[in-house]
Design a protein around this ligand. Sequence first.
Ligand code: GLY
Length: 403
Amino acid sequence: MMYSLKWGVASLFIFVGTIANAQNEKHPSRKSLLETVEKRIKESASQYTFLMQELKPDRFPVTYYEDKGQLVTSGSEPWVGGFYPGGLLYLYELTGDTLLYQEALRKMDVLKKEQFNITTHDLGFMMYCSFGNAKRLEPKPAYDSILVNSARSLASRFNPKVGCLRSWDSDSSQFMVIIDNMVNLELLFAATKMTGDSSFYKIAVEHANTTMKHHFRPDYSSHHLVIYNPGNGEVRKKQTVQGASDSSAWARGQAWGLYGYTVMYRETGDPLYLEQANRIGQFILNHPHLPADGIPYWDFDAEDIPAAPRDASAGAVICSALLELSGYVEQPLSEIYLKAAEKMLQSLTSPTYFSDYGKNGGFLLRHGVGNYPRHADIDVPLIYADYYFIESMARYKRMNARY
Ligand code: GLY
């Protein structure tokens, strides 16, 4: 269903009017951007052949500290485990380079045990970005089994009294849900398609509805964390743990919300989710602190803007989501989203963000922010920035069949 309904002509006009400047600004021609993207895809494939040589067989890349020359890696348990194999799979799809495919399969062999991990809500990130892409490229019963088991593990964290999946574990009186969890729901939709069991679908819908009710502020920015009473679903507290303050708009949180509700619309066709994605998009694209190159500061309300670090990961997630969302709305909104995404892609493929071969520890993008309040991973490459950047390039290339 195309965008129309509640988000009527009046509000659309305000939106279009306020971001008309973005639309009118000079954009590189689509042909030229597409050529740049094609070049960066090839360079990304080479860069990842460098990165793979730096990694031990059972380790996953997380970030790189240039000052120490230190590649930071993890085992398969943290939330980032699926991004490296997922990025490799996209690059294999885009280039046909089987070295990348073999590396993805090796890492997924290490990752697959996480299908039974019931201590994390991040199974969508971990298992769908990896095994979901692997299944898309080469369907196999083994992938279905891993994805369904992963969805079962994720669903085990659902509390019907709250109407949400638990995100962070803590003492049993605190039921913590973060906005990031929206991006794990895609796995549940996939599980319903594979099994015919609608309970996964229903959990995803209920989680998205509860989140829509409690995570968002009147301006459609979102809190990072909502803490519920697990016994009756009452909201106890709202916080923005990874942001500048509880009332601030942490950039990656806004990105997860945009991406998550875009997927919700794709999977359900419910126009309420499209409206939510549009509202979040409006918040981001109209924000006076969104820099001219389209790559957000790590928090839209960071105190030291314009000196505050940018977060390329938030930019890449927003870019990928806008490319998809542009396909669900009518003109002129579709073109506005597409041009905003193109501006971000232009920036991310530029030498300001995109690294030369062998530099940046083998990662593609510079200037990501992991967890600013914890002073962790500030202005560094991040594997999830790379993943959503590669996905953006893949989506842009596919979409350009239209032009
Ligand atoms: N999901 C964790 C983060 O975005 O930092």
